[in-house]
Write a new protein. Structure first.
Ligand SMILES: *Cc1c(COP(=O)(O)O)cnc(C)c1O
Length: 422
């Protein structure tokens, strides 16, 4: 049994029960609207079974320690992979470099398949098992796909995955290794998404498409539980995260709202969403103060946030409006710079989309939107090893010498190298 009370349409407010087995609001869909649903819980009941003390004594690692907050039947079956429980570090050198006193980085690239998407996929897989599904499908810019394939493989479910042509090779390699049927769609993410929807409809597969499936945001919100728990239930002033479809941002916000509703925390952070300058439909809508999205071209090297037609803009925009948050847009050059800065100051190799969070944070600090004394958490959503092409683009060239110590010394001196390592 879960603590879910009902599902509610974020557009028209219509309520559905779990038994209705709907993924979108049928009333809104029939009027040509998105009809995204939000999951509601009985927080009074949750607060009776989970507390700061009970969590302090709970030795389970990963997202299942927050089970009462999740929309899954604890008996349905779950992945054995350790999803969540990723480390969060305070970095004084990164803070100094971007003009802050305190910054924390949450390394979600250390999830089993290398991205925060595992938090959503773990829930998706449990839901699919609960429904008795044997095949699960999605379209993805890359990480959602590899994450679904890995989590599904861990419980023996089949996967059919649709990716756009631009998906980096590392992510496609992951899919194949996890045994997914991989369909590379000749076109954009939107084309991959549309074809996957048609196939899911036709063959009745379980749908993991993040924005459509309201259960997935619920998995993503566990990142906020971990952040709050690591900070001793003191909520940070800001949480900064990159935005593509908008589900991650919405999940982060939902997580903090859940904790407050269940009495585990007092305040709420502001959330800041970062998009690429070449693909910023959600940032544009936020700046105009509206919910309507204009489609964009997908012109950025940060493949995970190259989402020209976001599928969950309303939940993301609501998070920004409700929290008093903001957006930043960053160029590809700024993303590559941030990638190097993160690597050099924290020892974490983050992929371009993940690095965009720090690029955007740096911009918000220099614009005075985020004050130097505010406590900030940047979520590094994915691992840089998945996309080494851009990693190499971000870094400088290595030194090349013959195997000769004299030549080495000469070249290093020419470069002004500091032999003391200061
Ligand atoms: C998916 C993803 C994002 C953005 O999440 P959305 O829910 O699409 O907004 C950011 N960073 C990485 C690494 C991702 O894989």
């Amino acid at each position: 049994m879960s603590y879910v009370t009902h599902l509610q349409c974020v557009e028209c407010g219509a309520r559905y029960s779990e038994k209705d087995d709907v993924m979108l609001c049928p009333a809104c869909v029939s009027r040509g609207k998105a009809g995204i649903l939000d999951i509601h819980y009985d927080y009074t009941a949750i607060s009776r079974v989970i507390s700061r003390d009970s969590l302090a004594k709970d030795t389970r690692r990963g997202i299942w320690r927050y089970m009462p907050f999740l929309p899954v039947d604890p008996d349905a079956g779950a992945t054995h992979l350790r999803v969540g429980d990723t480390p969060m570090y305070e970095s004084t050198s990164l803070a100094r470099a971007i003009g802050l006193e305190t910054v924390y980085v949450k390394d979600d690239g250390l999830n089993p398949t290398g991205s925060l998407k595992d938090r959503a996929s773990a829930v998706a897989v449990s839901k699919a098992l609960e429904r008795g599904a044997s095949m699960i499908a999605c379209a993805s810019t890359g990480n959602a796909a590899s994450s679904l394939a890995g989590n599904a493989a861990s419980v023996g479910l089949g996967t059919c995955i649709f990716v756009p042509e631009r998906a980096p090779q590392g992510k496609v390699a992951q899919l194949l290794i996890y045994g997914a049927t991989v369909v590379v769609v000749e076109g954009s993410y939107k084309d991959a998404f549309d074809l996957s929807s048609q196939a899911i409809e036709k063959w009745g597969w379980y749908n993991r498409n993040a924005a459509i499936n309201p259960y997935l945001v619920e998995g993503k919100k566990t990142v906020s539980f971990e952040i709050a728990e690591a900070l001793n239930w003191e909520v940070p002033d800001w949480v900064v995260v990159a935005v593509g479809d908008g589900c991650t941002l919405a999940g982060v916000w939902k997580g903090f709202k859940d904790l407050k509703a269940a009495g585990l925390t007092k305040g709420l952070p502001k959330v800041a969403g970062v998009q690429a300058q070449g693909c910023a439909p959600i940032a544009e809508a936020f700046r105009q103060g509206v919910f309507e999205i204009k489609p964009w071209r997908e012109d950025t090297l940060a493949d995970s946030i190259a989402v020209g037609v976001p599928r969950n803009p309303r939940k993301a925009l609501m998070s920004l409006y409700e929290s008093g948050g903001t957006v930043a847009t960053v160029s590809d050059e700024e993303i590559l710079l941030a990638m190097r800065l993160i690597g050099q100051t924290t020892g974490i190799f983050a992929e371009p989309a993940a690095s965009a969070s720090v690029a955007g944070l740096s911009k918000l600090v220099s614009e005075g939107v985020i004050g130097p004394g505010e406590r900030v958490v940047a979520i590094l959503t994915g691992n840089g090893l998945k996309d080494i092409k851009n990693g190499i683009r971000a870094a400088s060239e290595p030194i090349r010498v013959k195997p000769d110590l004299w030549e080495l010394e000469e070249v290093l001196r020419e470069k002004g190298f500091d032999f003391e390592g200061a």
